[in-house]
Design a protein around this ligand. Structure first.
Ligand SMILES: NC(=O)c1ccc[n+]([C@@H]2O[C@H](COP(=O)([O-])OP(=O)(O)OC[C@H]3O[C@@H](n4cnc5c(N)ncnc54)[C@H](O)[C@@H]3O)[C@@H](O)[C@H]2O)c1
Length: 359
């Protein structure tokens, strides 16, 4: 029997509530199969500060490095805002220690809730694209970085290999989808973008079945609102990706819907909802667990190649929403646990249908 080692980091706020949902779904999906998941829960974020005085204790980091994949729920909250040690520092340290350079955010608008989008329904119904963001280079990390009262400097620095590996990632993802990559840059102004665009063309030459288009970041930001259905896979550098992925995340109408993955060249990947710890609704059993449940599906597909199981979870989640079982953020009154139980029932019904895009 195949066994996968997963480190689970429940974290803070709604984190423990939605982590339980993700792990219950994981258990349900493995029933009757020849694989099992070995779950090891570790302290992380504010919970780790309370217990060990630091957001990323050595024991947690060591376990994460040894894992086949890491599931994180969410961290942070007002309790630690005034502390010298902040929960968020733990997340930055973890990303750095694991060299997670590729952040993948799928954006889908399920038909059952397309009316909740801040955009017109006909523009977003069926919308399905992925933002691939470079996570460890560019303006946020380049040196020199300094400021005083009279001047300030940030440095946008990329080496060719850093650009190539993230663009390659986008092409690999596009291969199993609609075979279109949109590379977002500012090549009319930035030197780093000129190199970015040249490398994008070189990578594209290796994937003749995939169409590459280039967009300036300002045009891409407008098109995301005007016609989000035009996109399949968007790839961009760190700062543009930070902004574009947040812009894209509001299209479905609730942060509680969206999963993400972060990959290194080697070693375990990290899967997590895109939202924070939602302290305003913590402990009330009203958080939407979909972001966590879909993070589990992403993990199964991208780390373990369990494509059928991932699809089963995604389809069960969609069918649950279509049945009218919705949490409060989506206008319903299902509790976190009731929604998860409904998804598990759908999983237990079985059969995977064809036709859904994968990420
Ligand atoms: N990766 C992370 O763990 C991460 C990311 C962002 C923010 N944070 C931290 O989270 C804390 C709260 O930040 P914030 O309030 O700005 O952002 P947030 O994403 O936690 O919440 C924003 C709003 O969305 C709602 N929301 C978020 N997730 C939801 C879900 N699953 N179901 C229903 N509603 C949901 C919240 O109730 C809130 O109204 C802060 O300490 C922040 O630093 C952590």
């Amino acid at each position: 029997m195949k066994s996968y080692k997963i480190v689970a980091l429940p974290g803070d706020g709604i984190g423990p509530e939605i982590m339980k949902c993700g792990l219950d779904v994981l258990e349900a999906i493995s029933e009757g199969t020849d694989y099992r998941f070995q779950i090891s829960k570790k302290a992380f974020g504010g919970a780790a500060i309370d217990q060990f005085g630091e957001p990323l204790p050595k024991e947690t980091l060591d376990a994460a490095k040894e894992a086949d994949a890491i599931l994180l729920a969410a961290i942070g909250g007002p309790k630690w805002d005034e502390e010298t040690e902040r929960p968020e520092a733990g997340l930055l340290a973890l990303r750095k220690a694991l060299a997670l350079f590729a952040n993948i955010r799928p954006i889908q608008v399920p038909a059952a809730i397309s009316h909740l989008s801040p955009l017109k329904e006909d523009r977003v119904a069926g919308c399905d694209f992925i933002v691939v963001r470079e996570l460890t280079g560019g303006l946020y990390f380049g040196e020199p970085k300094q400021w005083n009262e009279h001047e300030a400097t940030d440095t946008l620095y990329y080496q060719a290999y850093e650009i190539e590996r993230i663009i390659e990632k986008a092409f690999l993802i596009a291969r199993s989808r609609d075979k279109k990559v949109t590379s977002v840059d500012k090549a009319n102004v930035l030197a780093s973008s000129k190199l970015w665009r040249k490398i994008a063309e070189q990578v594209a030459a290796r994937y003749p079945e995939i169409t590459l288009e280039h967009l300036y970041v300002d045009a891409a930001s407008m098109l995301l609102i005007q016609n989000p259905k035009k996109f399949d896979v968007i790839v961009t550098e760190n700062m543009f990706g930070d902004i574009i992925s947040d812009e894209a995340s509001v299209i479905p109408g609730s942060l509680g819907l969206l999963p993400s993955a972060s990959h290194a060249e080697n070693g375990p990947s990290l899967y997590e909802p895109i939202h924070g710890s939602a302290p305003d609704i913590a402990g009330q059993n009203i958080a939407n667990p979909i972001s966590m449940i879909l993070s589990v599906a992403m993990m199964l597909r991208q780390s373990f190649q369990l494509h059928e199981a991932a699809k089963k979870i995604e389809q069960a989640t969609n069918r649950t929403m279509e049945s009218g079982c919705l949490t409060k953020d989506l206008g319903g009154n299902a509790t976190t646990t009731a929604f998860t139980e409904a998804v598990i029932k759908e999983i237990q019904k079985g059969a995977v249908q064809n036709g859904t895009n994968t990420f």
